[in-house]
Design a protein. Sequence first.
Length: 367
Amino acid sequence: MFSFQPSTRIRPSPFFESAVAEGLKTANVYNRMIMPTSFGDPEGEYWRLINGVSQWDVGVERQVQLKGPDAARLAQILAVRDLSTCKVGQGKYVAICDHRGTIFNDPILLKLADDMFWLSIADSDVELWARSIAAERGLNVEICEPDVSPMALQGPKAEDVLAHVLGAWVRGLKYFWFKETEIDGIPVAVQRSGWSKQGGFEIYLKDGSKGTKLWNIFKEAGQPWGIGPGAPATPERVESGLVSVGGDTDDDTNPFEVRLEKYVDLHVPDDTIGVQALRRIKAEGVKRHQLGIVLEGDLPAPLGVRREDVMLNGTRIGMLTNCVWSWRMKANIGFVLIDAAIPVGTEVTVARVGGPTAGKLVDIPFV
Ligand code: THG
């Protein structure tokens, strides 16, 4: 019997005990934290997200807080998206690139005040990066990880549950906008967001000692709508075309290659990290693109721990970066990152662990 070795290096979220109480069966590591991934019924959890409401411990979406006179300047130096029009109370999806234009994180940026931001990060150390950049550029800004942990309610019924707990005002919240409030005395920020395309909200808990209490408030309030535990669902996010930076990208991937061009503003100031490289890349032409693939075969054959080669007429044209069984499409689907000259509709072969498998390139999103 295998069990987990407790460690100060791998942090459970404030909702972890609730996830265990709900029957947590599998988990992963993300941002050096435990990320719940399944409660034993992946298909049931998938349909609950598509048709109902699912409750997720996404405390692994750690926050990096920028505060002080130069906070807005630092945010714009870190993100290759024009933030000049971002209002207090608004969130924006941003790409963070290195000096070569390689994307290594894609946070949601929340503007809490003119001099205070949170970066709700994907899986890499943005706090370390932000501290280094701020020091090197002599900026007057304090960088820390606040005591803030997101929990998500996702699915078409999420809004009803939230309105029941908080009031009808949540129905008027615009995409990525948020409001700071309290739930039964628990301080939170509530945002219309979440890593699915089924609609929903994230509740950013601002007091880590109240995780179980907050979880149970929504667990109980959601009973009439059939709420149950879940987690960011790979089949849904692949069908919907959401990118997983670090999963679907490698150490050389720029935002253009993975369909994030609309979140890149090449006119941001020259001191934004990566923008000069991205202007060059854009002028020279992007060499790879991300497409969907539908594979032959009627049994689930998920990608293991390695990406697989995509072949055309015996030549490697790129890689399969994820693959998952889609219950709606009844096929293995995935994303490929391949030579930009190869178009949708092309029949390719993937060098799968189980043997060569035929597949057809398609547009994203799938559904
Ligand atoms: N919520 C919060 N933090 C997060 C995530 C989240 N941090 C990590 C990770 N997810 C960041 N990545 C994404 C990727 C995509 C989206 C959100 C966060 C997303 N994209 C929509 C799309 O691509 O269609 C909409 C983007 C837009 O149009 O502005 O939602 O989920 N707190």
